[in-house]
Design a protein. Structure first.
Length: 461
């Protein structure tokens, strides 16, 4: 469920999935390990049979055909293909279904046909991501009409919240049994109240996720900031996840609100889309109308790598979104300088794309010029601080989605989930996101935001 909380995983022979999709990949890896021994034996036999073929091909400079015996059992994979083997996630969803069936639905005083219908509805809701795959070929890009995507998110969220409430109820019943020396029955009214609470919370959460984000003003004091840049404003957008759930109409409204702020610079820190260029071309077009005095700059997130990094980064340029991938610009005002730098996402470490090299990006930066770094994920903040960065702007975590449960995101993000942090003298701001992934669009206590950063000269400067 919380796909974005776990680190990058590469399954052998499969597409790497970044932390924003790492739970499915990690679970698949665990399942693969359980099957590893028989697979190794089969692989060894296949390797022995194909060794001669490969040597001959290498020696002659020929390329083996896809239908060659060496490739038996394989098929070409596209960059957006989901991981095919998902035994552990399905086990978790299966156990959730059993929990709801055995501890919530079955004890109700309902006729059997009604219980069967309720159980089937739960199963349909929990298979949301499989329906996504049927709609687009990717679990990460649901291509249903917007109301259907919203309904699936509500149903999926309601079932998961109900499961948590049921676990809490069962824990309370166990404590009561220990105290009173016997199990206490639960009237149907309690279960109805739990279902109503879960459904209402999920509805509120989906509404909060889908709305146009409100403005969040943040002031950051920077040591050594030239006086000419005191009051300089940066609009920080991140994780727009433009998709069927966040279509062109939503993007136009975000652009209109952004332009009304009349900031000096707009920085977009990755995960702009969910889908291919053909699917999202019209939806992302409004971003071409973003305006700022010193320009609009963009870096990649992990989702750009899922849906075609090169094509998307080139498309952003056509919209007037200037790439800061492994590069920097220097702004000058009144004889003072401010450096804005960007770096590729951590997903680049697993792909044949330019890798992260912050030292190279910052090589030659004047010591008297403060550096603001755009980095999609906050995990490497301490490394940024060690390189003298004054302010890092990140996203990726979506703020953890639900207050309380958000702490599950902390370990995989070096403890940085939402808001401002002081990291070894550097200010890190982790934006909750302009939007979020449409595969789990739920926010409770972690609102989306349009973040206007206002720079101030530090008092001791």
């Amino acid at each position: 469920m919380f796909k974005f909380y776990f680190g990058e995983v590469r399954l052998r022979g499969r597409v790497p999935v970044d932390r924003h999709q790492g739970l499915n990949a990690a679970f698949s890896l665990a399942g693969a390990m359980l099957r590893r021994r028989p697979q190794q034996l089969r692989a060894r036999r296949a390797s022995q049979r194909s060794a001669t073929c490969r040597k001959c091909a290498d020696a002659s400079g020929l390329r083996l055909r896809p239908n060659h015996p060496t490739f038996a059992g394989r098929r070409p994979r596209s960059p957006t293909d989901p991981i095919r083997s998902e035994p552990i996630p399905q086990l978790i969803f299966g156990l959730t279904s059993l929990l709801i069936l055995a501890r919530f639905i079955w004890p109700l005083d309902w006729p059997l046909p009604a219980k069967i219908v309720a159980a089937l509805l739960v199963l349909v809701a929990l298979q949301f991501h499989r329906w996504n795959r049927l709609s687009s070929g990717s679990v990460f890009s649901p291509e249903f009409p917007r109301p259907v995507v919203a309904l699936f998110n509500w149903a999926f969220g309601a079932v998961m919240l109900l499961a948590l409430l049921q676990l809490a109820l069962d824990a309370g019943l166990i404590v009561a049994a220990v105290i009173h020396g016997g199990f206490v029955g639960v009237p149907d009214g309690v279960r109805y109240a739990m279902a109503a609470l879960a459904a209402a919370a999920a509805a509120i959460g989906v509404h909060q996720a889908m709305r146009i984000p409100p403005l969040n003003d943040v002031e950051v004091a920077i040591r050594g900031l030239p006086r000419a840049f005191d009051g300089y404003t940066i609009l920080h957008l991140t994780d727009l996840h433009i998709s069927r759930l966040f279509p062109a109409s939503w993007a136009r409204e975000v652009v209109a609100r952004s332009n009304k702020l009349a900031v000096d610079l707009i920085a977009i820190t990755g995960d702009l889309i969910d889908g291919t260029i053909d699917a999202r071309r019209n939806d992302i077009a409004p971003l071409g109308d973003l305006m700022a005095a010193d320009g609009v700059y963009v870096i990649s997130g992990n989702h750009e790598y899922i849906f075609g990094y090169d094509a998307w980064m080139a498309h952003y340029e056509t919209l007037g979104l200037r790439s800061l991938e492994n590069s920097r610009i220097a702004l000058e005002r009144g004889g003072g300088r401010l450096v804005i730098a960007g770096i590729t996402d951590r997903a680049s470490r697993r792909r044949k794309h330019p890798v992260r090299d912050l030292a190279a990006v910052l090589d030659g930066v004047p010591k008297d010029a403060p550096v603001i770094l755009l980095d999609h994920q906050p995990s490497d903040a301490r490394n940024s601080a060690a390189h003298g960065v004054a302010l890092q702007l990140s996203g990726h975590t979506h703020g953890g989605l639900i207050i309380g449960i958000d702490r599950l995101a902390a370990p995989a993000n070096a403890g940085f989930v939402s808001g401002r942090y002081d990291v070894d003298g550097m200010t890190l701001y982790v934006n909750n996101g302009t939007a979020l992934w449409p595969g789990f669009a739920l926010r409770l206590g972690r609102p989306s935001e349009l973040t206007r950063i206002t720079l101030r000269v530090a008092g001791d400067a």
